[in-house]
Design a protein around this ligand. Structure first.
Ligand SMILES: [Zn+2]
Length: 256
């Protein structure tokens, strides 16, 4: 496979049409999204082509998008994202970390009560592609059990941290009856961009059926104000263009 030159960037499973997007050169270190977890280019596999029924990058090409938020819940940024979504009357899809659900169950409960969709983002933000089958199974099932206990809902969507996938990850997701949901638009919000930059990354790359990656929590001290600030502009601009906002299950035409 072609070697891409230049700076290492967190090009985590991005669809080919998104790779030309501008990105900052100095990614924030220490957050849950770590560029070094990104697989090297020579082992990149187009997982959605290999497993079209299991690995989903986007929805059907109708005028709708899904806003997705990874790495929560926390008691700082997730409530701010929820406040913004409530003001804008837009549903989100939250891919949550099991361990964090235990820490702030009330915020997970709020996500659930406000009718957002909830997916599994592993137990402790592990790179699942580096784990053996049993460990992957445990990361998935422990998180699903926690979400079920706290919300009464069992997730049927898995978003592997870093978008890092292996055949074993696909097999374990399939065995658990889950689809793997990646994205085709990356806001790069975890790099602590400001609202305008986050908004520009989304609006310049969005197309009908897009699944948009954002975050609702980060590492210690990580600032996601840009994520929150971008939401009114993203929602307003896309509504002007005739887009509707759906959860991922709605976008894909499946049950929550
Ligand atoms: Zn993550």
């Amino acid at each position: 496979m072609r070697e891409e030159s230049g700076i290492r960037h967190p090009d985590r499973g991005r669809a080919p049409e998104e790779r030309s997007m501008q990105r900052p050169v100095d990614p924030h270190a220490g957050g849950p999204e770590r560029p070094e977890e990104r697989p090297p280019h020579h082992v990149r596999v187009d997982w959605s082509s290999k497993y079209p029924n299991e690995v989903i990058l986007r929805g059907p090409r109708r005028r709708a998008v899904a806003l997705t938020f990874d790495d929560g819940p926390d008691d700082l940024w997730t409530p701010k994202v929820l406040d913004a979504l409530a003001r804008l009357k837009v549903p989100g899809t939250f891919f949550v970390v099991g361990q964090r659900c235990e820490r702030v169950p009330k915020v997970l409960d709020r996500i659930s009560r406000e009718r957002h969709a909830i997916g599994n983002h592993s137990w402790n933000h592990a790179n699942l592609s580096k784990l053996r089958a049993e460990a992957i199974r445990s990361q998935i099932s422990r998180t699903n059990a926690t979400i079920r206990r706290l919300t009464g809902k069992t997730p049927d969507m898995l978003r592997p941290p870093y978008g890092a996938i292996s055949d074993a990850v696909v097999n374990e997701a399939r065995s658990a009856g889950m689809k793997i949901i990646l994205w085709n638009v990356d806001s790069l919000d975890w790099m602590q961009l400001n609202g305008e930059q986050v908004s520009a990354n989304i609006l310049s790359n969005v197309s009908p059926g897009s699944v948009i990656l954002q975050h609702s929590a980060g590492g210690t001290g990580q600032n996601l104000q840009g994520t929150v600030d971008a939401l009114p502009d993203v929602v307003g601009s896309l509504r002007e263009r005739g887009y509707r906002f759906l959860t991922v299950p709605e976008l894909l035409g499946t049950r929550v």
